[in-house]
Design a protein around this ligand. Structure first.
Ligand SMILES: [Zn+2]
Length: 445
């Protein structure tokens, strides 16, 4: 430090002592068109009988890189797909870490859960009557997506430049607790919060708007590719704020549907509704967030109930619906291959804290609204964003209440997801315990 002027020596020493230094947040944004170039099975509905027949709306993956004054870089990747798989996420994460030195805890994937985008890898295997040729197309798309996502992350990092980040929350009334359809006595538990992160360039122009909402992207169920209402919300926001990239984060919307639904007009209207709610937050008084980026990542095994014996799978392989038969055959193949069926499944949770009072909690799987409400009650409504559909989407994550009620989100969705039994009743305790550990791992506010 001999050649440095005295004032600079002092600043470096102060920096080393972690005293406040001038804010130097940087942000980078990149987008990738992930519209399939060939006909491919669309994910999410077991009732479809053939692959896609065209494109209603182009679909995208987007990345936002944030770098704090210490050089810590976090990258959020969002995509108009049903869900990321562990296989895809792991492969991208390994390459991102080796090429761009972003460790796993600082790389976060979130899927919009659109039901009008290509099937990814082997996700929801029993749900679709796939031929070998169909599987080849899906594998080709998934491999292409993986390679392109690594490049997308790289482009977002390459775009880093000084930025100002702010956060606000609105409310929107699109989601309805779908478990009440046919069960009107069930409570209308939803998470109506609309968290919004706004990234401005040095001159004040908006470069990115990240918005979250908890509701299935299931307005449409035909054979045309689209991002559903979240796709329309993103394109509407981007045309309303020219130069800005809109990234959608699916929150804990596992038991919420956009109702009414099933027409293109409704999907567009739903998108406009959410975009209007986002604009209110952007034009309101979002709070500036600044400071070091801290991240934590945890994984826990969620135990499954005992699987039926082999004879039961043999019986089911020739009884029930086509999907139930495919499910039973898949279990028999696993028994032949491994001699046993899985007794648990890993579940991942990740948290980012930016500065003293903004936390993004990102949970794996299809997470029901009870969890978002529970964690916001525990850790604060104003500064906490609770996302579901993050990283690996491998099953529904029911709360104890939903587990006790049973039905699709509590039990029978394990058939399309291809797990041999529902979770044990400990599921909520294990999830909440893991989140508590995660929140404690972050520096206190
Ligand atoms: Zn779902």
């Amino acid at each position: 430090m001999k050649s440095l002027p005295a004032w600079l020596k002092t600043s470096i020493l102060l920096g080393a002592l972690c005293l406040p230094v001038a804010a130097a947040v940087q942000a980078g944004v990149a987008t990738l068109d992930i519209t399939p170039k060939e006909s491919v099975w669309l994910g999410g509905y077991a009732a479809r009988t053939k692959p896609s027949q065209g494109v209603r709306q182009r679909i995208f993956a987007k990345a936002l890189a944030l770098r704090d004054e210490n050089g810590t870089t976090a990258v959020l990747v969002t995509a108009d797909i049903l869900g990321f798989t562990q296989e895809l996420v792991s492969s991208v994460a390994v390459q991102v870490e080796s090429r761009f030195q972003v460790p796993r805890r600082l790389l976060l994937f979130n899927a919009s859960h659109t039901h009008s985008a290509p099937v990814i890898g082997a996700a929801l295997g029993p749900a679709y009557p796939l031929t070998g040729a169909d599987r080849t197309v899906i594998s080709r798309y998934t491999a292409w997506l993986g390679a392109e996502l690594v490049a997308l992350v790289g482009r977002s990092i390459g775009d880093l430049k000084p930025a100002q980040v702010s956060f606000g929350q609105g409310l929107a009334g699109l989601a309805v607790n779908r478990r009440r359809v046919g069960n009107p006595e069930y409570p209308n538990v939803i998470d109506p919060d609309l968290p919004v992160l706004i990234v401005r360039g040095d001159g004040g122009a908006i470069r990115a708007i990240v918005f979250g909402y908890a509701c299935h992207n299931t307005t449409l169920d035909d054979l045309l590719v689209s991002g559903d209402w979240a796709g329309y919300a993103q394109s509407t926001i981007e045309s309303q704020f020219p130069g800005a990239v809109a990234l959608f984060v699916q929150n804990c919307g596992a038991d919420a549907n956009p109702l009414p639904r099933r027409t293109e007009e409704l999907a567009i209207a739903h998108g406009h509704l959410i975009a209007a709610a986002v604009a209110e937050v952007v034009q309101g008084q979002p709070r500036k967030i600044d400071g070091p980026i801290q991240a934590a990542f945890r994984e826990v095994e969620l135990p499954l109930e005992a699987a039926p014996p082999r004879q039961e799978w043999e019986r089911r392989a020739s009884a029930g619906s086509d999907m139930e038969r495919r499910y039973a055959r898949m279990m028999l193949q696993q028994l032949d291959r491994d001699g046993r069926l899985p007794t648990s499944h890993p579940w991942q949770a990740q948290a980012w804290r930016i500065g003293p009072d903004f936390t993004l909690l990102a949970l794996g799987g299809e997470v029901v609204a009870d969890y978002a409400l529970r964690f916001k009650r525990l850790y604060g409504f104003r500064n906490l964003w609770v996302a579901g559909y993050s990283n690996d989407v491998f099953a529904y994550i029911p709360s104890l209440r939903v587990w006790q009620e049973g039905g699709y989100e509590g039990d029978t969705s394990m058939v399309p997801y291809g797990l041999p039994a529902r979770f044990q009743s400990s599921v909520e305790d294990l999830v909440a315990g893991t989140v508590d550990e995660l929140m404690r791992a972050l520096p206190s506010r």
